[in-house]
Design a protein around this ligand. Structure first.
Ligand code: 3PG
Length: 212
């Protein structure tokens, strides 16, 4: 679990991907890998999610491929069976979090209130998804959370783009950011643009790391 959290921290950007079918998913993963960002959170918003995770993981065993929009334990099991290395939920589900903790699976439940955070801390988590980041209050809210909860770290997602990515990464409690901006061109089957967006994102992260 900790190894995966470290990988997420090191990667810094987790592309959020909703796939229509396995072929499209593999094209997206090819583009991300070619762009230097072999990471993806495949959302359980389509029927193709689990099979796509399986196919991607077979082709890219070292890539950081996880599952998103996990709403219940049934989906958590499906994602686990498909080979997802981490699970993300839009909200805090006790059953999903407890299932993952029991099975030592990295889990990032969505939190956007102090009450959500209290539940995450009670479960022993040190990192959560902050969702939906921008609509909920963005960095201002995240900074306010960090006063009473100094040990908790966050993966903001929702409204993150290349325009505000650096502001989020500059806040020390932010471990990584999630977002769909990199893979949006895949909707028009423009995988070259996905590759370009991935390259641009990796460049931003490299520059950010150099600045230390
Ligand atoms: C998510 O599924 O986590 C969000 O919908 C992604 O948000 P974005 O589309 O604003 O990046």
């Amino acid at each position: 679990m900790n190894k995966i959290i470290k990988e997420i921290e090191n990667t810094k950007i987790i592309p959020v991907v909703t796939v229509e079918n396995i072929t499209q998913g593999l094209h997206i993963m090819d583009a991300l890998a070619e762009g230097g960002l072999p990471a993806a959170e495949i959302t359980f918003r389509t029927e193709a999610a689990a099979d796509t995770i399986r196919a991607m993981s077979q082709k890219y065993p070292d890539a950081l491929i996880g599952a998103g929009t996990i709403l219940n334990v049934r989906q958590a099991k499906e994602a686990e069976d498909a080979g997802a290395k981490f699970l993300v939920s839009p909200g805090y589900s006790d059953e999903v979090v407890n299932y993952c903790i029991e099975r030592n699976i990295a889990v990032l439940p969505g939190c956007m209130t102090p009450t959500d955070i209290l539940r995450a801390l009670a479960a022993g988590l040190s990192m959560v998804k902050f969702f939906p980041a921008e609509p909920a209050g963005g960095l201002k809210l995240l900074k306010a959370f960090s006063e009473p909860f100094p040990k908790l770290r966050f993966m903001p997602t929702g409204g993150i783009s290349k325009d505000n990515l650096m502001e989020y990464l500059n806040f020390p409690k932010v471990v990584a950011c999630g977002g769909s901006w990199i893979t949006k061109p895949a909707k028009e089957n423009d995988f070259a643009a996905v590759r370009q967006e991935a390259e641009n994102a990796v460049k931003l992260v490299c520059r950010w790391k150099e600045q230390g």
